[in-house]
Ligand binder design. Structure first.
Ligand SMILES: [Ca+2]
Length: 427
């Protein structure tokens, strides 16, 4: 029972399972619940149900807090008569602390509220007093948002954009049953060939938010299939896969031209190797060619835009062979990827090779192996020799026969057939 400032008396009518009010003129009304009807339903006025409401408290705004004892929950009724379950879960007794429905009580018998809106519960069978902070202040927890897995769709071999449907992210929240979710791209939007990052945000009713992102890749894969090794490849050796390009059409374009290859894979019946993205920048201000890789294994090569003889290194991958080695006669082996450029009008002559390095040669760090960036005997910034673009100069003494190489001075292996590629000008 509680007397509020206006003189109204609020009563938890335990055995009628109702909340009642007595005015100063002794008029008695039932505020919520229905006499004789046991339950735990939230709802307005008589549609709400209680199960032995043992005690109540009224805050300065007129909200009524109820220790709904046999439900082991704390209920809240607004001045408009809407009853919700503030804390606990009906029929689930326990002693867990938590927010909202995650908290547990064991037959709570008393409730009080202070001027700050903190709710105190006498949790009798747990022999303790529990404090709950006000809802708005309590929810500082952002929603949990889950983005879909990366989306990969293939177009029809052309460079136009395609509509890509995807599963929307899902979000849950400690208080808000339906946090809003929005993304900077929508399912069914048109996506260009290439990789687009979709950023999404979930926001709860109190303004807490969290983000996730995923990628939508529209591929336009080109591939080159080649024979591979005639003889077995020894265990613990490394296969150095390397690819080169020669660009044409650069002279008609002002400024630098960038080429990217994404969605690269090297596949065969014996292995399926994802290859990090790679970039080549043909820079009118570059006087020599050089390449470097980052921690993810992505190669970036900068080469002069004109005057370079031969090929330019594009991409490489060191594949450490297991102790069991690889059998002879693996074929075919296919290298595929999607070519992109920032400048329309160029074409690329693309080919790949693979050489084997013995178990003593360490190719595990791409930044340590010293890859030659250009065929040109003078055009590489570091290696003024006749080695082919893609030679791992710092480990080349370890080359042995195998894959597409015969050992000796064939540090890259012999090249596959050449494919002419018109990259999609989509970035
Ligand atoms: Ca929240």
């Amino acid at each position: 029972m509680e007397v509020e400032s206006a003189g109204n008396v609020y009563v938890a009518d335990s055995y009628n399972y109702t909340i009642r009010k007595v005015t100063p003129t002794e008029e008695v009304t039932t505020l919520a619940g229905s006499a004789g009807q046991i339950g735990s339903a939230d709802g307005r006025r008589s549609s709400a149900r209680f199960y032995y409401p043992a005690d109540l408290a009224v805050d300065s705004a007129g909200n009524v807090y109820v220790a709904d004892q046999a439900n082991s929950t704390i209920r809240k009724m607004t001045p408009a008569g809407l009853v919700t379950t503030l804390a606990g879960s009906a029929g689930q007794s326990g002693s867990a602390d938590g927010v909202g429905s995650a908290a547990r009580f064991n037959l709570p018998g008393g409730v009080a509220v202070d001027s700050a809106g903190n709710v105190y519960v006498a949790d009798i069978y747990n022999h303790r007093i529990t404090k709950g902070t006000p809802e708005a202040a309590a929810d500082t927890t952002p929603p949990v948002i889950t983005c879909p897995a990366p989306v990969l769709v293939s177009n029809d071999g052309q460079c136009h954009a395609v509509a890509v449907p995807f599963e929307n992210p899902t979000a849950t929240d400690n208080f808000d049953q339906n946090p809003t979710v929005s993304c900077n791209h929508h399912s069914g939007d048109s996506f260009p060939v290439g990789r687009t990052v979709v950023n999404c945000t979930a926001t709860d009713a109190h303004g807490n938010s969290s983000t996730c992102s995923f990628t939508v890749t529209v591929s336009n894969d080109k591939s080159i299939t080649s024979d591979f090794n005639g003889t077995p490849i020894p265990g613990n050796s490394t296969v150095w896969f390397n690819a080169v390009i020669k660009a044409s059409g650069l002279g008609a374009i002002n400024g630098p031209v960038t080429v990217n290859i994404i969605n690269q894979k090297i596949t065969s019946s014996n292995f399926s190797l994802p290859v990090p993205d790679a970039t080549v920048i043909f820079d009118p201000n570059a006087t020599c060619a050089k390449t470097a890789c980052d921690g993810s294994g992505k190669w970036t090569t900068v080469a002069p835009k004109s005057g370079l003889a031969g090929n330019t290194f594009l991409s490489g991958l060191a594949y450490k062979v297991s102790a069991a080695g690889l059998p002879g006669g693996i074929k075919p082996v296919t290298w595929s990827g999607t070519f992109l450029t920032d400048t329309a009008g160029i074409t690329l002559q693309w080919k790949w090779a693979a050489a084997v390095y013995n178990s003593s040669a360490d190719l595990s760090s791409c930044s340590a192996i010293g890859v030659k960036a250009a065929d040109d005997t003078k055009g590489d910034c570091t290696y003024k020799n006749s080695d082919a673009a893609g030679t791992p100069e710092n480990v080349k003494s370890g080359v042995i026969a195998g894959a597409r190489g015969g050992g000796g001075s064939n540090y890259t292996g012999s090249h596959s057939g050449t494919q002419t590629v018109a990259p999609c000008a989509t970035f």
